[in-house]
Write a protein that binds this ligand. Structure first.
Ligand SMILES: Nc1nc2c(ncn2[C@@H]2O[C@H](COP(=O)(O)OP(=O)(O)OP(=O)(O)O)[C@@H](O)[C@H]2O)c(=O)[nH]1
Ligand SMILES: [Mg+2]
Length: 370
């Protein structure tokens, strides 16, 4: 089948879903159509060489985490970028001032946070408008997305979210807790360890059968139909996001608060700022820092004082082994034991191994053999 035939099929299925009334009798049929649709869409993406592995900007990741700043053109992304980081990104009062990715480093509480100032994202980006595909492919690999919208136009937010959704980016969602074990025979077997309120096992089977023939599927979370489909499509990524409302200097406070509350009620973390007047930027920095869920670990070299000035910045869930890797490539091989005091320790100077999970503000000593 050539691509235009697939696109025709996509259109037909979209129409059919649109024209089918959703009820108990039709839900299996719709589920199956949605599964087919997702499969065809990802096939088109693959053929066009876009989606997950599209041609992208050349970005060198650095620092302890990378954050992507996106939003409609002329919303103030570069203005904010220049306030928060050492970068000098061009600012203009016309659309598409920024045409490339400009990276900059924000230093905050000992963490080096890389921020990427991206060109404006417009409606239709996921289908390739503007440099849409490249922008979307760049933000697939970040640790956090900052969505910037204009205080005078909140609707943009929902347009942008849709573009991201269409390109396979799932915001503030965890990867569905579903295990798919391919088997050689026996068809599809579904087990659920929790009560499923949005799906029944037959529907799971009929969706799964669009992708696999034999498998044991274990569902450990009360997921929706769309989440189940995501399990089978390869290019999904799960990234957290914060909504930044900029240019709050241009509208009255009551109006801003009303809109911020609306956004919060839709389940998003949000903050109002003015990049131009530099208001609320300290709160924004703190929010970014917290959202990245860093932990700080203070090192205490054997026989020396604790280094409180330069904590190691690690991602949440890091182990002693991760620290070794960060310090020196030989450390893991020469590792004998470590001692830890603080939140993750049962008592002061607890002796631990490489797999010990650290917590924020732990004090760690690593003992290696020479
Ligand atoms: N009033 C007001 N103007 C702002 C604010 N932040 C940015 N601006 C203005 O908005 C215009 C666009 O700013 P940029 O930072 O270039 O916007 P951008 O989002 O990077 O735009 P593109 O690179 O084209 O996507 C400039 O004229 C800024 O001075 C703000 O908080 N308040
Ligand atoms: Mg810009």
């Amino acid at each position: 089948m050539d691509t235009s035939q697939i696109e025709k099929q996509i259109k037909d299925i979209e129409d059919e879903i649109f024209n089918t009334q959703k009820n108990k009798a039709t839900e299996h049929h719709i589920g199956k159509l949605k599964a087919k649709l997702a499969k065809l869409r990802s096939e088109v993406e693959k053929r066009k060489g876009t989606g997950a592995k599209g041609k992208g900007f050349a970005i060198k990741k650095s620092g302890d985490a990378t954050v992507g700043l996106i939003g409609y053109p002329s919303i103030g992304k570069s203005t904010l970028m220049n306030c928060l980081t050492d970068a000098k990104s061009r600012i203009g009062d016309y659309f598409f001032t920024t045409l490339d990715v400009i990276p900059g480093m924000m230093k905050y509480k000992g963490a080096n946070i890389q921020i990427l100032d991206l060109p404006g994202l417009i409606s239709g980006a996921s289908k390739g408008r503007g440099r849409g595909k490249e922008i979307l492919s760049a933000i697939r690999n970040v640790d956090l997305i900052l969505f910037m919208i204009d205080a005078q136009n909140f609707d943009n937010l929902y347009l942008m979210i849709k573009e991201l959704y269409n390109s396979g980016i799932r915001l503030n969602q965890k990867k569905p807790d579903v295990i798919v074990k391919k088997t050689g025979q026996g068809g599809i077997n579904v087990t659920a360890t929790v009560k499923l309120s949005k799906l029944d096992k037959e529907l799971v089977k009929s969706i799964a059968s669009e992708y696999i023939i034999n498998a044991d599927i274990i569902i450990r979370e009360d997921i929706s139909e769309d989440q189940l489909i995501d399990v089978f499509i390869q290019n999904r990524v799960y990234v957290s996001a914060i909504v930044i409302v900029n240019k709050t200097d241009l509208i009255i406070r009551d109006e801003i608060n009303f809109q911020l509350n609306n956004i919060r009620q839709s389940g998003w973390k949000t903050i109002g700022i003015s990049a131009l007047k530099e208001t609320n930027l300290d709160k924004l920095q703190e929010m970014i820092f917290l959202e990245l869920k860093f932990i700080r670990v203070y090192m205490k070299p054997v026989g020396k004082k604790i280094d409180y000035n330069e904590p190691l910045i690690l991602k949440e869930g890091s182990t002693v082994e991760d620290v070794c890797k960060k310090l020196h490539r030989d450390f893991k091989d020469k590792f004998r034991y470590a001692t830890v005091s603080g939140p993750s320790a049962k008592h002061d100077m607890q002796k631990v191994g490489l797999d010990h999970k650290l917590k924020d503000k732990d004090i760690l000593t690593i003992v290696i053999s020479y």
